[in-house]
Design a protein around this ligand. Structure first.
Ligand code: ZN
Length: 148
């Protein structure tokens, strides 16, 4: 238990200090803005989508450590995924974080470390903000595509 908590804190601190894929994107295929008034987190998520593949995800914003590190890990987890895989991962992540589940049953990979936030229920919205914003951006792309 102690080891898990330590690892959780290390990962959060690392991603908060050195967020991956941070910064705005020129001419993104989709963009969404998210906002968590409970904590004061705001985030912009930018997507590059090509042939149904999430080629790049970038984010920018002012958030707490949980929000920033969750966004940073999200960009790593989603890059290279198909739209369907990305949506499935969003659903798994959200389900694992907001429902009572056996975590070993949910395919989360590295994201599992973020489940430590379940010990702090007020922070769950911080951890899911980037994901909801990503989902909103993805819906825009899908709205643009009339066939398929
Ligand atoms: Zn927050």
């Amino acid at each position: 238990m102690d080891h898990t908590r330590e690892l959780y804190q290390q990962v959060i601190l690392d991603h908060n200090k050195n967020p991956r894929n941070y910064g705005s994107m020129e001419k993104p295929d989709a963009f969404a803005h998210g906002n968590n008034p409970l904590c004061g987190d705001t985030i912009d998520v930018f997507l590059r989508i090509n042939n149904g593949i999430v080629e790049a995800v970038q984010f920018e914003g002012a958030g707490c450590a949980i929000c920033t590190s969750s966004a940073s890990m999200m960009t790593e987890a989603l890059t290279g995924k198909s739209e369907a895989e990305a949506e499935a991962l969003f659903k798994s992540f959200h389900h694992a974080l907001t429902d009572v589940v056996e975590l070993d049953d949910v395919p989360l990979g590295k994201l599992k470390i973020l489940m430590g936030v379940k010990d702090y229920p007020v922070r769950v919205k911080c951890a899911t903000l980037a994901w909801h914003t990503f989902e909103a951006a993805l819906k825009q792309v899908q709205g643009d595509i009339s066939t398929e």
